[in-house]
Design a protein around this ligand. Structure first.
Ligand SMILES: NC(=O)c1ccc[n+]([C@@H]2O[C@H](COP(=O)([O-])OP(=O)(O)OC[C@H]3O[C@@H](n4cnc5c(N)ncnc54)[C@H](O)[C@@H]3O)[C@@H](O)[C@H]2O)c1
Length: 383
């Protein structure tokens, strides 16, 4: 693939989906609908489940053996939707077999395993992409534009609520199951010079699941702003709201509002400039309330996962890192791990480690994967 992967020269990119449980069928459907990809396999430990997903008339092959799938030269890429605890093993085997990898969130069950995956992808010159699905929605793209263009003004706070009656996962707590969505959205929308520096997390397990089913995270950002996340599997009502407050605008995203999912408010609080000295103004009103227009932008109704697949295929074809690459996955893991430490310390604030990215590769830099481990050179990875 030294000079890039062109459909004209190489045909569509052969892809296998691994894991056909709750989420895997969405990857199957979107892989089949993405030009430039050709679904070769659905691999699941449970063949009946895979058969059920594909239906009776599919020509896509079914395998219960990851080794069989990875040994097939028709497979250049793998999309992984197995449980979080298995991500490292499945993804590492795929990378080492020379496959490009799209993996479900979270990238890995721990920061260290995520770091090893990023390092392997860099070393082997393979695309490693994390399915941070929400980053590909029209809503997040719009909010990112409002924040990063400066229209929002100075970022003052973020408040994200993601609660409903969710599947109580056996292998991860609610933090690792749901908060990757919120944290990956933060990662996508924040300006380059604003990043999370510390986190305090509280959680509870009122049903005796063995880990937190309700969690609150408070992140301190580098500009002093607060970002809050509430994730909860136990709420009978579903709420999905995301509010970003700034000095000029506030953006409100209510994902369950059918007619006006995102609204942009020119309303907020301004500080009154006073010429009186501190002693004179103490006890008086120091702020004024601004009540301007509210605008609801027209947003396209696209399935985010389709854009995920398109981006994965494009990153492979163009020999570049995708929008939500391994480093994006790693930044989310750094926050999750700090949050878990804080949970264990009953909400104590824990610093979030900084991650130094290697420069993004340009087209043409990704080279063919040598066939043996001994032939593989080491890339420069500072993670
Ligand atoms: N992006 C999103 O919005 C979103 C939504 C839901 C789930 N997810 C993610 O998708 C992943 C899967 O979640 P789920 O709810 O579909 O899980 P699930 O338990 O319903 O399905 C997992 C499937 O993987 C199969 N499997 C397990 N280990 C395997 C292996 N080694 N090789 C082949 N198959 C294997 C199982 O047989 C099962 O069919 C998780 O990482 C989860 O975080 C993402």
């Amino acid at each position: 693939m030294g000079d890039g992967y062109t459909v004209e020269q190489n045909g569509p990119i052969g892809i296998a989906v691994v894991g056909g449980g709750y989420w895997g069928p969405n990857l199957v459907r979107n892989a089949q609908q993405t030009p430039g990809l050709h679904l070769e396999y659905l691999c699941d430990l449970n063949a009946d489940r895979a058969r059920q997903v594909l239906g009776n008339y599919s020509t896509v092959r079914i395998s219960t053996s990851l080794d069989e799938v990875l040994a097939d030269p028709a497979v250049s890429a793998v999309a992984i939707a197995t449980p979080a605890a298995t991500h490292f093993d499945v993804a590492m085997r795929a990378l080492e077999a020379g496959k490009h990898v799209l993996i479900e969130k979270p990238l890995a069950p721990s920061y260290e395993e995520g770091r090893q995956l990023v390092e392997a992808a860099e070393r082997l010159s393979r695309v490693l992409m994390v399915d941070h699905t929400f980053c590909y929605t029209s809503e997040v793209r719009h909010i990112r534009e409002v924040v990063r263009s400066g229209r929002l003004g100075d970022l003052q706070y973020i408040d994200s609520v993601r609660i409903n009656l969710g599947i109580v996962q056996p292998d991860v707590d609610v933090l690792w199951d749901l908060a990757p969505h919120d944290l990956s959205i933060f990662d996508a929308i924040l300006p380059d010079d604003v990043f999370p520096v510390s986190v305090a997390a509280h959680g509870s397990d009122p049903v005796g699941a063995g880990h937190a089913c309700v969690a609150h995270l408070t992140l301190r950002l580098s500009n002093g702003a607060l970002a809050h996340v509430h994730v909860n599997w136990l709420s009978p009502t579903k709420i999905r709201t995301f509010v970003v407050g700034g000095s000029n605008r506030t953006v409100v995203w209510d994902d369950l509002n059918p007619t006006q999912r995102v609204s942009e408010h020119d309303r907020g609080v301004d500080r009154i400039q006073s010429e009186l000295d501190d002693a004179d103004v103490r006890g008086r009103r120091l702020v004024s309330y601004r009540t301007g227009d509210t605008v609801a932008p027209a947003l396209a109704n696209l399935e985010a996962l389709r854009s995920v697949m398109v981006e994965f295929a494009a990153a492979i074809a163009e020999n570049r890192r995708p929008l939500t690459d391994g480093f994006a996955g790693l930044r989310v893991l750094a926050i999750l791990e700090a949050a878990s430490e804080s949970l264990a310390k009953d909400g104590q604030s824990v610093p979030i480690r900084a991650i130094q990215e290697t420069p993004r590769t340009t087209a043409g830099v990704i080279e063919d994967v040598p066939t043996t481990m001994a032939q593989r050179g080491r890339g420069e990875v500072t993670v």
